[in-house]
Design a protein around this ligand. Sequence first.
Ligand code: COA
Length: 259
Amino acid sequence: MSTYENILIGSKDGVVRITINRAEKLNALNRATLTELEAAILALDPEVRLLVITGAGDKAFVAGADISEMADLTAEQGASFARLGHEVLARLESLEVPVIAAVNGYALGGGCELALAADFIIASEKARFGQPEVSLGVTAGFGGTVRLSRRIGDARARQLLFTGEMIKADEAYRIGLANEVVAAGELMTRVDAIAAKIMENAPRAVSLSKRATRFGEESELEAACVFEQQVFGLCFATHDQKEGMRAFLDKRKPSWIGR
Ligand code: COA
């Protein structure tokens, strides 16, 4: 279905799965892969209800930005590479539909940052997370100093960013980086089950929940609460609110139209 070289795209019943597909390089993100990922996000069908992002093979989600491409960069080129990474991850993060990172192995550097741009992370017990950039003489460059702190708090993020150490899946779960840890062979089954559960709900209410939580993350409490009131009100202008509440009262399953 896809014409990309570094990613695979599959789609079933409104769920799109994007797989970073450079298993021989542990799915490291080079410019070509980032560019393809951006193109794939931009080309998503408006009917898509949910996106899953994962890595090819059984070893890595993404083992980082591509070190062989970065080794000889100038300061200007380094900043430009980081800008590309940020642009792509911002596009992923700002999708209206839920995005789940299915982390099947190493999620290091840009890989951890890619997973953090998803709404939440479901990890296999083989997953390993870390921001090892300082061991290479650089800082995190695709949002690690920002999104990691927001997800797990400044102090824990700093520990990972300063030590460069890898943590196992159960530790990632303990500190709130991964929502769940499942057996390696069960990862996609569990992610599909979560996706199916989300898709039982009114699509617009789900996407507005995402928008409100994102607004809330970036705003003062009062502004975020006002935003939620507006979003809640907006739901009452939809068919699906009428349908959802009527179905409850009629003791039947709702039938959503997505608006
Ligand atoms: N960039 C470019 N290539 C990478 C890569 C990266 N981030 N991570 C792995 N690779 C490549 C390796 O160079 C190797 O390629 P080769 O077979 O052509 O030599 C291949 O992927 C397999 O990796 P390898 O190191 O042999 O696997 P391993 O099981 O011994 O170790 C890791 C796995 C993840 C511990 C190790 O690959 C690693 O430390 N990677 C870099 C992680 C990192 O620092 N990421 C942040 C980058 S800013």
